[in-house]
Design a protein around this ligand. Structure first.
Ligand code: CFM
Length: 541
């Protein structure tokens, strides 16, 4: 392990001093002696000239949070490239149901105003208004989202005014998102902008609570490769009414009723913690951080949720389902574990999966020795207790903070939502970490590395030295890593596979990883540095 830690110095020696100083702050080596996580620099600008793995605010808003809402048309106001390249790349699945017929599902379509030079010169507002009219005439959606791209902000098109006027014209809700790509240092800014609008404009406008004794929302689950469906299967069987999975396979109708649930579960803390927190403030609904990636962590999460309701029958059913599912998949995983035991992984993913997949890998006998995030914040590394100490900078101040107050009619104290006495709730809080996330650090082992906003040079150096058996990331580096002779799996889109969540997901993941590691192709590849001398430039040599 010390060998990996040593890599960091080697990796940094190539940098000019200022870059070295900066990048050092984005790295942590897990030290067992340190009780809490050392401070990491995160959610700050990538150094100009360095190509990192991050996306833009528009990607975080349109692609991640609102894009999956199936019965809303989402219009990209901007050049066609922004619309086209954000179309169908994330594998957030949706299907028709009782309230949303197949011809009302738009999440798989691409709508864009295709701004041209004249629109940039003379303004694009009229074109956007015409486009909304066309969309309403042709598709009759329940509601529409309009997302701004960089040029829209630069020329000053007032998309909020256009959306408002069109909404009045057509009698439906039309939301405008000022999520210009440059609004933040990464897609994380777009998550926040989307969370704000959803919370302010959609949540709370419905009045229908779904029937059931225990009604829950699953927030920050986007149904990539069908993950949300696997979780709904398990949660429904245990006895919960899943009010809404936000936003995987979600509908505008369900989001309107988001506040009519007893408990919010948070899978991806990074992308949705704002809504969880705002719902706690406005409606008093408590939230619980869960992780449904991995068998043990799924079992743990299910037990924690059951504890929140203090219902004997529910607890019994939870144990029954856990026992049955674990027994069902155990023998299958045992086979895979024989091949995977002792293998190592290196992951760089957005802002939550590098933590979540550590559990599934451990279930399979593997260990994630390097965990990287593209755009996580300090709380995702160090735990939420650091939030009050994070100083806002010019970039974070770009995004409005909504200051909500308890809703006069709908606010209830958390113990009322959970149908228990205040005393019982206090006892529960001591046992279950409600409204809290501890971050990635505590789950890592001594000598393991945490890296924020890594770039290609760093990835290459870490792979050379740490020699992981498996690299978990996205399509941008998948094939580069293959050429180094290392198996690589896409953890964003699952390489067209999935689901990877819950019980069935664990089997799919184990099978895919075994296939990736055992293909004979690796024997045919020699990493470039083993067959040719390295060429370094004079100035940096
Ligand atoms: Fe949350 Fe996500 Fe992620 Fe994310 Fe993403 Fe994604 Fe991701 Mo790709 S919402 S932070 S912005 S878990 S699209 S479903 S895989 S980078 S780690």
């Amino acid at each position: 392990m010390t060998e990996i830690a040593g890599t960091i110095d080697e990796m940094l020696t190539l940098y000019p001093d200022t870059v070295k100083k900066n990048r050092k702050k984005h790295l942590i080596v897990r030290d067992e002696a340190a009780a809490c996580c050392p401070q990491i620099e995160a959610n700050t600008r990538t150094i100009p000239g360095i190509i990192s793995q991050r996306g833009c605010a528009y990607a975080g808003c349109k692609g991640v949070v609102i894009g999956p809402i199936k019965d809303m048309v989402t219009i990209t106001h901007g050049p066609v490239g922004c619309g086209y390249y954000s179309w169908g790349t994330r594998r957030n699945k949706a299907r028709a149901d009782d309230t949303t017929p197949a011809d009302s599902i738009y999440s798989q379509l691409c709508f864009t105003t295709d701004m041209q030079e004249p629109d940039i010169v003379f303004g694009g507002e009229k074109k956007l208004a015409r486009m909304i009219d066309e969309v309403v005439a042709a598709f009759h959606p329940r509601a529409i989202n309009v997302c701004a791209t960089c040029p829209v902000g630069l020329i000053g098109d007032d998309i909020v005014a256009v959306a408002k006027a069109a909404g009045e014209r057509h009698g439906i809700q039309i939301l405008a998102y000022n999520c210009e790509g440059y609004k933040g240092v990464s897609q994380s800014a777009g998550h926040h902008i989307a969370n704000n609008n959803i919370m302010e404009k959609i949540v709370g406008t419905g009045t229908e609570r779904k029937p059931g004794k225990h009604v829950i929302n699953l927030l920050g689950e986007y149904n990539i490769g069908g993950d949300g469906w696997e979780l709904e299967r398990v949660l429904t069987e245990i006895g919960y009414t899943v009010n809404c999975v936000l936003t995987g396979d979600s509908s505008y109708l369900d989001i309107r009723n988001l506040h009519l649930a007893d408990l919010n579960l948070v899978q991806c803390h990074r992308s949705i913690n704002y809504i969880a927190e705002m719902m706690e403030t406005k409606y008093g609904i408590p939230w619980l951080k869960v992780n449904f990636i991995g068998i043990e962590s799924t079992n743990d999460s299910l037990r924690q949720i059951a504890r929140c309701f203090d219902d004997e029958e529910l607890t019994k059913k939870t144990e029954e389902v856990i026992e049955r599912e674990t027994a069902r998949i155990g023998p299958i995983l045992d086979q895979y574990r024989k091949i995977l035991v002792g293998k190592t992984a290196f992951a760089i993913v957005g802002g939550s999966r590098s933590h979540h997949y550590q559990y599934l890998l451990r279930d399979l006998g593997m260990e994630m020795i390097i965990a990287g995030y593209e755009f996580a914040h300090r709380d995702d590394y160090e735990g939420r207790q650091v939030i009050p100490t994070i100083k806002p900078d010019a970039d974070s101040k770009n995004i409005p903070e909504l200051h909500l107050v308890p809703d006069e009619k709908m606010y209830q104290e958390a113990h009322v939502h959970l149908n228990m006495s205040k005393e019982k709730y206090e006892e529960l809080k001591a046992k279950v970490p409600l409204n809290y996330y501890e971050g990635i650090y505590p789950n890592m082992k001594k000598g393991e590395i945490i890296i924020d906003d890594a770039n290609h040079h760093e990835v290459e150096m870490l792979i050379r030295t740490a020699k992981p058996d498996l690299f978990l990331s996205g399509v941008r580096d998948k094939y580069i890593v293959h050429k180094m002779g290392v198996a690589s799996k896409q953890l964003h889109a699952y390489d067209y596979s999935g689901p990877y969540a819950g019980y069935d997901g664990a089997i799919n993941f184990a099978r895919d990883v075994v296939n990736a590691l055992t293909t004979p192709a690796w024997k045919l590849i020699t990493p470039p540095w083993e067959k040719e001398p390295e060429i370094r430039s004079e100035s940096n040599a």
